[in-house]
Design a protein around this ligand. Structure first.
Ligand code: NCD
Length: 308
């Protein structure tokens, strides 16, 4: 059923109420089946990316083109936009907002999307802000969980890797906390643990969670195993070496994963996933490529929501 709620910007997962999530997922289901207006919508999406991206930028651009809109883009805004001449993010945003109907921003500083939204007359979507959040990734993650397991409640979710610097696990924790009986097991080395703001939120909402440093132990219990990359670019060399290679899904550890469980990853993955091609192609438990594809459909639904 259509809801009266509508977002102006999408900056953080806390904004996503259960009715809005349901509306976006219903719309995603239709889009995935090919049911969406293919008429030109006459709108322009600007992708303003100060950090590298493959999936987020290209899926948003593809989403807008499939919806009949157009795209203007700067993929290396840190060097190729006026930022290099000293222009503030606020000024750049004001200008890009005058040239477009919606902005997807990826930026290296936490809170950047909120700053941009405060001066933008068009919707701003946070495509990842430093160690902050990545709400459309969380939506596509939860949508994938729903389509793979048939539910968004009563799940045991293991999140493993760099939980301190990874924005996707932060945004996904918020969303999982909105549904009943979910339990999160955070697996990380001591120095890359989930931050307190997320743990406080989960406590407040009475969501069960625990912290572990042994991935193997958690694998047989998990419905979802959400692996993450150690965010090398956000830490010093010593911290990276202490964490690198610590958690791995390979042919050996895969034996501990139940047939109905799913392995997810926001991608790109490096050593934390090391599975042979035939397993990646044929084993149902490997869900991360379907997850990335869902990103396109979910982002089409998000654009439809914000631009309607
Ligand atoms: C992630 C990101 O940028 O936060 N990638 C993505 O958007 N799918 C994860 C990462 O870079 O490790």
């Amino acid at each position: 059923m259509a809801t009266q709620q509508k977002l102006k910007h999408l900056i953080e997962s806390q904004q996503l109420t259960v009715p809005i999530i349901k509306e976006i997922f219903d719309s995603t289901d239709l889009i995935r089946d090919g049911n969406y207006g293919r008429k030109p919508n006459g709108k322009i999406l600007a992708t303003l990316f100060y950090e590298p991206s493959t999936r987020t930028r290209l899926s948003f651009e593809s989403a807008m083109l499939r919806l009949g809109g157009s795209v203007i883009s700067t993929e290396n805004a840190k060097e190729f936009s006026s930022a290099i001449k000293g222009e503030s993010l606020e000024d750049t945003t004001r200008i890009v907002a005058a040239y477009s109907d919606c902005i997807v921003l990826r930026h290296h500083e936490d809170g950047a999307a909120r700053r941009a939204a405060s001066v933008s007359k068009v919707p701003v979507i946070n495509g990842g802000d430093g160690k902050g959040q990545h709400p459309t990734q969380a939506l596509l993650d939860l949508y994938t969980i729903k389509t793979e397991t048939g539910r968004t409640e009563g799940l045991k979710v293991v999140m493993a890797g760099d939980l301190k610097n990874g924005r996707t696990v932060r945004s996904l924790s918020y969303l999982l906390g909105k549904f009943n009986e979910n339990e999160i097991i955070f697996v990380s080395p001591e120095h890359l643990r989930m931050e307190d703001d997320i743990k406080d939120y989960l406590k407040e909402r009475k969501v069960r969670f625990s912290e572990e440093d042994d991935l193997q132990k958690t694998l047989p219990k998990a419905d979802i195993i959400y692996m993450t990359r150690i965010q090398k670019e956000r830490m010093n060399g010593e911290d990276y070496l202490k964490a690198n290679g610590r958690y791995k899904i390979d042919s050996e550890s895969l034996k501990l994963v139940r047939a109905e469980s799913r392995i997810m990853h926001p991608l790109p993955h490096v050593e934390e996933i090391n599975l042979p091609m035939d397993i990646e192609n044929n084993d149902k438990r490997v869900a991360y490529f379907r997850q990335a594809e869902n990103g396109l459909y979910v982002r089409m639904a998000v654009l439809k929501h914000l631009l309607r």
